[in-house]
Design a protein around this ligand. Structure first.
Ligand SMILES: [Mg+2]
Length: 384
């Protein structure tokens, strides 16, 4: 079944209708300091999204029998150019069901300009659209194509409003660190106070993970881990810049017992294989919309399993893509569900990613419709 066209699309969802219940307070987002890698130049409150002029990019792959599949990624502007001008035309005429072959072909096509970052996002969106198309042709949900069965995967909630996440039924939590090395010892004190408060709120038993979003250095990460030891962080996430490979080795050496997680800014299976071979992290966190799509996540999950490591893809509970990966890959034992909406507003009233099902009692499933189960009215899609 040949590919006839690959399109780069803009998705314009309608404004949510009806009155929202009043939030009990504003969301943590924008209200709290977040540690990030630009803090030394732009201060703590910088909103990374406001520094980037692009939104999401959707990709549609059309097959010769009239069927089509949808995938999506972020950073639309430059990714759209790669989809439209290079990867898309290169795949026209190929068999759309050959997801593994096409994933490798696309990876190799990006070699002259580099396969990480933006290029990997373009590959991811096309790969996801191909999996969606395979599912639609077969009349099966993607998790079935992966060899999975319907199942509910426990989620941890990513939010600094942990009391609200508890009310919603979650039993594990990830919070965002407020301050990095540039905030000095006062920042360290504030970090400790915040984590102590979160631990107090959720109690002794539940897992509490801490996301450092590429903002620390090795020495600060070690001092942070020592300060936070009494609060038993389940893991420290993305302490270092993803390219700082020596730093990852050094951090593991200096924190042998602390569970470490990373990977949302690693692209293709190669960095994950590097990390697994050296055991520099315990939890691999590929992002399905950035790392090369579902084909790459499946390979990374196999790497993790063979090394005795955990794989918990970034935001896997939040999108239809991640939900199908979680239901379909049996070694994914926990998914991330991100809550950016304000406390007091039920999740049913918060716009969700297309095709995504809502968590119930802190667990996520996946849609049973063919492909990823994403239905977007044609009028809401336009050429990017
Ligand atoms: Mg993270």
């Amino acid at each position: 079944m040949k590919i006839t066209a690959i399109e780069a699309l803009r998705y314009s969802p309608p404004e949510p209708a009806g009155a929202h219940p009043a939030p009990s307070r504003p969301s943590w987002q924008g209200r709290q300091d977040v540690s990030h890698p630009l803090a030394r130049y732009r201060g703590r409150r910088v909103d990374f999204n406001s520094l980037m002029p692009w939104g999401d990019l959707w990709v549609r792959v059309r097959a010769e029998n009239g069927t089509s599949g949808l995938g999506a990624t972020q950073f639309a502007g430059p990714v759209a150019a790669l989809v439209r001008d290079h990867l898309g035309p290169a795949l026209v005429g190929e068999d759309c069901r050959a997801t593994d072959r096409l994933a490798d072909l696309m990876f190799r096509l990006t070699k002259p300009y580099g396969s990480a970052g933006i290029a990997s996002c373009a590959v991811s969106a096309i790969d996801l659209a191909l999996w969606d198309l395979r599912g639609r042709i077969a009349g099966e949900p993607v998790y079935r194509l992966l060899g999975g069965a319907p199942r509910r995967v426990p989620c941890y909630a990513t939010t600094n409003d942990v009391d609200w996440a508890m009310e919603l039924g979650f039993e594990a939590f990830k919070v965002t660190l407020g301050y990095g090395p540039e905030a000095g010892s006062e920042g360290l004190d504030r970090n400790e106070a915040f984590i102590a408060e979160c631990r107090e709120t959720i109690g002794d038993e539940p897992d509490l993970y801490i996301d450092c979003w590429m903002s620390l250095d090795v020495d600060y990460a070690v001092r942070l881990a020592e300060r936070l030891y009494p609060y038993q962080p389940g893991w420290l996430e993305e302490c270092l810049l993803p390219e700082d490979l020596d730093g990852h080795v050094a951090l593991r050496r200096r924190l042998p017992a602390q569970t470490l997680a990373t990977g949302e800014h690693w692209y293709s299976p190669f960095p994950f294989q590097w990390a697994a071979a050296r055991r520099v992290v315990d939890v691999l966190q590929p992002d399905i919309q950035w790392c090369g799509g579902l084909s790459a996540v499946a390979r990374i999950a196999a790497i993790a399993d063979s090394a005795g490591l955990a794989v918990m893809p970034h935001l896997a509970g939040t999108t239809a893509f991640g939900q199908h990966a979680s239901a379909g890959i049996s070694t994914i034992h926990r998914a991330e569900y991100r809550i950016g909406s304000a406390p007091g507003v039920p999740l049913e009233r918060v716009p969700q990613a297309p095709g995504a099902v809502l968590p119930v009692n802190g667990e996520i499933g996946a849609s049973d419709a063919p492909g990823f189960g994403i239905e977007i009215p044609e009028a809401q899609l336009s050429p990017y």
